[in-house]
Design a protein around this ligand. Sequence first.
Ligand SMILES: N[C@@H](CCC(=O)N[C@@H](CS)C(=O)NCC(=O)O)C(=O)O
Length: 209
Amino acid sequence: MYTLYYGKGGASLAIHAALKEIGVPYELLEVDLEAGQQRSEEYLRLNPDGRVPTMLVEGKPLREAAALMMILADRHPHSGLAPAPGSLARAEWTELIVWMACNIAAPFRQWFYPGDIGCSKERTETMDALRSKIEAGFAALNARLEAGGPYLLGEQFSGADLMLAMYMRWSRNMPRPATEWPALKQYADILRARPSWRHVNEVEALTGW
Ligand SMILES: N[C@@H](CCC(=O)N[C@@H](CS)C(=O)NCC(=O)O)C(=O)O
């Protein structure tokens, strides 16, 4: 039903874990980002941005991790990836997914690929501004978890937690990793113990978080 094009530890990680949570069969195809496979003609036909993830849904190539999480939650309403469609909790979940995409994933993209905004890693003023933006996002989510965890939606685990675990992992080599916020540290421990998370880490041969 699904084919996921993934890059090790990339923005595909949460979608990989979501597929595992759902329990449907899926095909996994690695895109070797270091070798530049994302810029091959064949891959660009699927994803004109030349990025991972791309997911084939009934053969149709779709991109953007946050969108793919919402698509999977819509198509699998009993998977536990999101609260019931139409509920207030679902509205809150959608808001969270989009908020994190805008306020954490977007500055992360520029942090890792400053060339996107015509910048380079040597431009410390811009890099510091991006880092502050990412840290502000983590601080806000830390406060949210302190106010009512253990998950982003309180007692209920959801696909939003897979997204945040992925974003947090990306910060592991930053000056202030997400795990330095106390509630986020506790949260990371819960998420890292989750079978779907352990599975994808094993399959993608990830280390260091
Ligand atoms: N907004 C996109 C960002 C995807 C993205 O930046 N993926 C990175 C890996 S984390 C990538 O494909 N990098 C390779 C490149 O840009 O050449 C999403 O959330 O899916």
